[in-house]
Design a protein around this ligand. Structure first.
Ligand SMILES: Cc1cc2nc3c(=O)[nH]c(=O)nc-3n(C[C@H](O)[C@H](O)[C@H](O)COP(=O)(O)OP(=O)(O)OC[C@H]3O[C@@H](n4cnc5c(N)ncnc54)[C@H](O)[C@@H]3O)c2cc1C
Length: 326
């Protein structure tokens, strides 16, 4: 397919970006690794692309005033992967970043774009006027659904595609959003929109709003974190299943747990079931087996994605076992 016509505008400030985005058909362009494909494949249309790549204030990683970390929305995935403090204190996030696509994509793709990317469902990306594109059918429900969701499916059965979002959710990060009305801080757990709330939106962003930064809270004492991704191929691929763990240990016991699944649901999926099983206990074999079973207790497979249920169970078992030995 040919790239459609659009105006391309490079802005120098946030104010200018928000002003330009207020006109009809305008879209944010960051690294372009997802957006340009979406335009070419006619998944979305744009009359004007507003490139934010020259807004210096949106770049870089720095310490926040509360001792946490501030990651500008234009920070590349590669910068996150290699950043010393992130590797040492938020290792699940560095690991998740290292799992994104290929080196080229990690050098070009930004964290803001990673959180706002469109889903990978082949019906949505193909020539199907599905529910998410304003039609009246989810073609995946009765169709080729081997890569679709097993949790939280409700009218639309996509899986959320970002690797970094589950890791950021496990750390209880917040997303700063700027728009004409000013700035607001949104917990990442509320940033992505489940299909039951609005089947045509992936995030809470309004058309003239921009993600400007991500804030990570200071790491607490005894925190250990990890990210594990299973794909169909070893080369670049999206997650069939992934899990981000951020566990705070008090001695051998888990004092607090955040467990977030990727490749499971239309949004990064917090598994409160796993958290409940492991909180207050040591990670012995019995607890780990119970926790992995709890993760998929409410899972409902479609015709071709039943393999995801044992896959999640096995992956969570392995990851908790590795965490117990760390
Ligand atoms: C071949 C291929 C493989 C991939 N593999 C993976 C993978 O394994 N894991 C993974 O997580 N992702 C993957 N991606 C998805 C994605 O391209 C990257 O993750 C990248 O981080 C997107 O960032 P970008 O800056 O290029 O976003 P863009 O393409 O510029 O934008 C993506 C979307 O976000 C919006 N947007 C961008 N920045 C902002 C902002 N600051 N505020 C508001 N809206 C914004 C854009 O309008 C657009 O809708 C892959 C993509 C491709 C093409």
């Amino acid at each position: 397919m040919l790239m459609p016509d659009f105006t391309y505008l490079e802005v120098k400030s946030l104010k200018e970006a928000i002003g330009q985005l207020s006109s009809k058909g305008a879209k944010v362009h960051a690294g372009g690794t997802d957006l340009l494909g979406c335009l070419r494949e006619d998944i979305l249309s744009a009359e004007k692309l507003v490139s934010i790549s020259q807004i210096k204030a949106l770049r870089g990683i720095s310490q926040a005033s509360d001792g946490g970390l501030r990651i500008g929305a234009l920070t590349t995935i590669a910068e996150i992967e290699t950043h010393k403090t992130i590797r040492e204190r938020y290792s699940a996030l560095a690991r998740a970043a290292s799992e994104v696509g290929s080196p080229q994509l990690r050098n070009q793709g930004t964290i803001g774009g990673n959180l706002c990317q469109k889903p990978r469902c082949w019906y949505y990306r193909g020539e199907f006027h599905c529910l998410r594109k304003g039609g009246d059918t989810c073609y995946a429900y009765q169709g080729e659904n081997q890569f679709h969701c097993i949790l939280g499916g409700n009218t639309c059965y996509i899986v959320h595609p970002s690797d970094t979002a589950p890791a950021l959710a496990a750390f209880e990060a917040s997303v700063r959003v700027n728009g004409p009305a000013g700035s607001r801080l949104v917990p990442i757990a509320r940033f992505h929109v489940p299909p039951g709330e609005n089947v045509q939106k992936e995030t809470i962003l309004k058309p003239n709003e921009i993600v400007t930064e991500i804030l990570l809270p200071p790491p607490v004492k005894g925190l250990r974190s990890s990210y594990r991704k299973v794909c169909a191929r070893r080369s670049w691929d999206f997650a069939l299943a992934s899990v981000a763990l951020a566990l705070q240990f008090d001695g051998d016991k888990v004092a607090k747990a955040r467990v977030v699944l990727g490749g499971a649901a239309p949004v990064p999926w917090r598994s409160k079931e796993v958290e409940e099983v492991i909180t207050g206990r040591g990670l012995d074999t019995e607890t780990i087996t119970m926790a992995a079973a709890a993760a998929i207790k409410d899972a409902q497979s479609l015709k071709y994605n039943g393999y995801k249920i044992p896959l999640f169970r096995g992956m969570i078992e392995e990851e908790l076992t590795a965490m117990a030995r760390a």
